[in-house]
Design a protein around this ligand. Sequence first.
Ligand code: AP5
Length: 190
Amino acid sequence: MKNIVIFGAPGAGKGTQSDKMIEKYGLGHISTGDVLRNEIKNGTELGKTAKGYIDNGQLIPDELMIDILASVYDSFGKDHAGVIFDGFPRTTPQAEALKKMLSERGHKIAAMIELAVPEDELMARLLNRGKLSGRSDDNEETIKKRLNVYHTQTAPLIDWYEKEGIHHHIEGLGTVDEIFARVCNVIDNL
Ligand code: AP5
């Protein structure tokens, strides 16, 4: 079983590469951003709380995210080929909670794959997506806040996973297929 964390700044291509990994490897996919946007769409209490944070480019508090983690993971059943974690973890407490939740089930993360993309490219990709999709957090002001949150709260996880011995750095510039070939090179060698 190959549980994988796909990691990177907003706009690094986590969702794009996840789609290709799902297709090739038959993995399940947990995107906490998608989970939250779905809660907002359905008007749930969690959705109402999450909207304020998302539109302001801030992270939802750890305890709320950690609360939903196990039930979302268990929804894939016991015999899955593995799950891609996309957008989770984003803080050290989330990484610790993920490790604990998996180890309680006899599972683990096989690899953390970091997509490294320069900031000007991230901004260009997200502004372009905002124009096409109308995602409420894809405007210049909120993107700057999201990038700042990434640097201060999320990027320290690179060292955290390096110490776990499962961090893989990948250049995230190039065509989607070129980057996917780099991702496959990691997964196929696990
Ligand atoms: P989330 O939905 O996770 O957003 P994000 O991390 O900001 O990531 P994005 O979806 O913006 O980018 P991506 O890396 O998936 O890139 P994509 O493939 O789409 O989170 C949103 C919010 O929810 C957070 O800000 C937070 O408030 C909250 N949240 C979520 N999880 C949380 C957690 N664990 N804890 C607390 N809060 C949480 O690509 C981006 C664009 O680039 C696309 O248009 C794509 O077509 C294009 N693109 C992709 N690859 C390439 C390429 N190689 N070349 C050119 N363009 C490309």
